[in-house]
Design a protein around this ligand. Structure first.
Ligand code: ADP
Ligand code: ASP
Ligand code: MG
Length: 511
């Protein structure tokens, strides 16, 4: 991520880049006397998370937000699946993989009922209802066939898993678009496979921004110019060959900023179920408070270290163009939320927020013999890169007996298998003595851009944790000094977060 530089400079750079693809088209509005005045409409990309489209009443709230925004600005909505749907689809896929097509079909039926209930409550026009029902039937039929195929072969490829887990967004987008139309605003549901071009890494695909920009501009600009609000499926994209991919769990946030950057949006608003980015996860720290302004770097650190409110890659696409990202509560849309900007706002030094990642595994490669193996580090991390494991934290003792690092638990098995293969000879000759795994750990991160030049934060953190008898397994501090992270027993997460939150007075500081 490239950070720094003034917002003005970055915005100028963005305008320069926009020229490459043709300027943002102005929307013409006729005014009295027949004179035409060119008005540059602002463009907002708004993403609604699972809970924000969780049932008919939530969708109605989201629709109202879209309709109000579209009165003044161009508005592209990006929607997640209704909450819980993606989890259930993945469950169905896993059931199918064991040959149990009956249970998988039952999940598909339950999803039909859930979406049908929302449809009936939201859409009064009979013809429109029939049309959306047909669209949903097509998507659900595809889901059923994918599960049957999986059950028959008892094989679930990453490609099929992507196809099955994408169904939730492919159901919610037509529903939301229909509800927007019902509210009197022209709208069209669009599958992001038409817009976002990705590589073929199923389950965590990366966008190809130039191609995405071309496709999105070509498809969405004409709609916006006609005053039609596009409702785009979050979470998904497609390879250049048209193969559906997903951007990773929680990836609709990423879809929104990818589209925000591709469309030169003025801002991206992520509507969710909390008031913004808080000083800690409110589910774990009751006293957590909303942070009004936070920098890209701080928000990215929080997201990277597990603050679920933002997908870890959310800010990457908007950094270059300095597009502000808001996090707001769709259940309390009068509240201002958090604004994420290039510079954030100084709080005069210190800690801004805390976060924790629980589903992580500590892998250690070691034994006294590794001192004589100069390339152990290189080989270890080329192996993790080969299997695309996301290494979250690295720690090596100066005695060099051990390298330990943390990966997401979902990546752990394939990482360890790959390492055992890479070091097979060394293990056999006892040059490497062990490759061990511990998944009962968690990472806690203390984040704040102004920690740079504020001595004593690490000391205060570890003293406070010591008083509460929280045992530290490993410690890391990035050279950017934007975070201090440490590994502890998973069971101690809540104590650690609450202790550090109190130590730094986060419940009270004006941020
Ligand atoms: P959505 O479905 O809208 O994408 P998510 O469940 O993915 O919502 O993310 C919102 C949740 O993130 C909140 O309900 C909250 O529990 C959790 N969360 C974790 N850390 C933070 C934080 N620092 N600030 C706000 N929310 C957080
Ligand atoms: N529906 C997807 C998920 O649950 C994407 C998202 O909600 O952001 O992971
Ligand atoms: Mg989310």
């Amino acid at each position: 991520m490239r950070l720094g530089g003034s917002e003005g400079k970055l915005r100028a750079a963005r305008r320069g880049e926009a020229k490459k693809f043709g300027p943002k088209k102005a929307i013409c509005r006729s005014i009295e006397g027949g004179r035409q005045e060119e008005m540059k409409a602002r463009l907002q990309v708004m993403k609604f998370g699972g809970t924000s489209v969780g049932d008919a009443s939530c969708i109605a709230r989201a629709v109202e937000i879209i309709a109000q925004a579209a009165k003044q600005n161009g508005c592209i909505a990006v929607v997640s699946a209704m909450s819980g749907v993606t989890n259930r689809l993945i469950e169905a896929a896993k059931k199918a993989q064991t040959g149990n097509s009956g249970e998988a079909a039952a999940v598909v039926d339950a999803l039909r009922q859930q979406h049908e209930a929302a449809l009936t409550s939201l859409i009064q026009h009979q013809e429109e209802r029939v049309r959306i029902r047909q669209r949903m039937d097509e998507v659900l039929g595809e889901g059923r066939r994918l599960c049957e195929g999986t059950a028959l072969l008892r094989e679930l490829t990453p490609r099929t898993l992507d196809a099955i887990s994408s169904l939730g967004e492919r159901l919610s987008a037509p529903l939301v678009a229909a509800a927007v139309r019902e509210r009197g605003l022209p709208s069209e549901a669009i599958e992001a496979t038409e817009l976002i071009v990705t590589d073929a890494f199923h389950g965590g695909a990366e966008p190809h921004m130039e191609l995405t920009r071309k496709k999105s501009q070509a498809r969405l600009r004409p709609l916006l110019e006609k005053g039609i609000a596009p409702v785009v499926t979050g979470f998904i994209g497609a390879t250049l060959e048209g193969q559906l991919t997903t951007l990773g769990r929680g990836g609709s946030d990423y879809s929104a900023t990818i589209l925000g950057a591709a469309m030169d949006a003025d801002e991206v608003i992520i509507w969710t179920d909390v008031d913004g980015v808080l000083t800690a996860d409110p589910r774990l720290v009751e006293e957590a408070r909303t942070i009004p302004v936070i920098s890209y770097r701080e928000a990215a650190e929080l997201a990277y270290f597990g603050a679920r409110v933002l997908h870890p890659k959310t800010l990457n696409p908007v950094v270059q163009a300095a597009i502000p990202v808001w996090i707001r509560n769709s259940f309390a849309c009068e509240r201002p939320g958090t604004k994420i900007t290039p510079e954030g706002r100084s709080i005069g030094g210190g800690v801004k927020a805390l976060t924790a990642i629980r589903d992580v595994t500590l892998i250690s490669v070691g034994g006294p013999g590794i001192v004589g193996l100069p390339d152990v580090l290189g080989r270890t991390f080329s192996t993790t890169a080969e299997v695309r494991a996301n290494v979250l934290l690295i720690s090596q003792s100066s005695s060099q007996n051990d390298i330990c690092f943390i990966v997401s638990t979902v990546d752990a098995q394939r990482t360890v298998e790959a390492l055992r293969k890479e070091f097979a000879q060394d293990l056999a000759h006892h040059k490497v003595e062990h490759i061990t795994v511990d998944s009962s750990v968690a990472i806690v991160a203390v984040v704040g851009e102004n920690m740079r030049g504020t001595p004593g934060i690490a000391g205060r953190t570890f003293n406070a944790l010591g008083r509460e008898k929280v045992n530290l397994i490993a410690i890391a501090q990035g050279s950017s000094e934007c975070n201090i992270s440490f590994v502890i027993d998973e069971k101690a997460v809540k104590t650690a977060l609450n202790t550090a939150h109190r130590e730094f007075g986060l419940e009270a500081s004006p941020n």
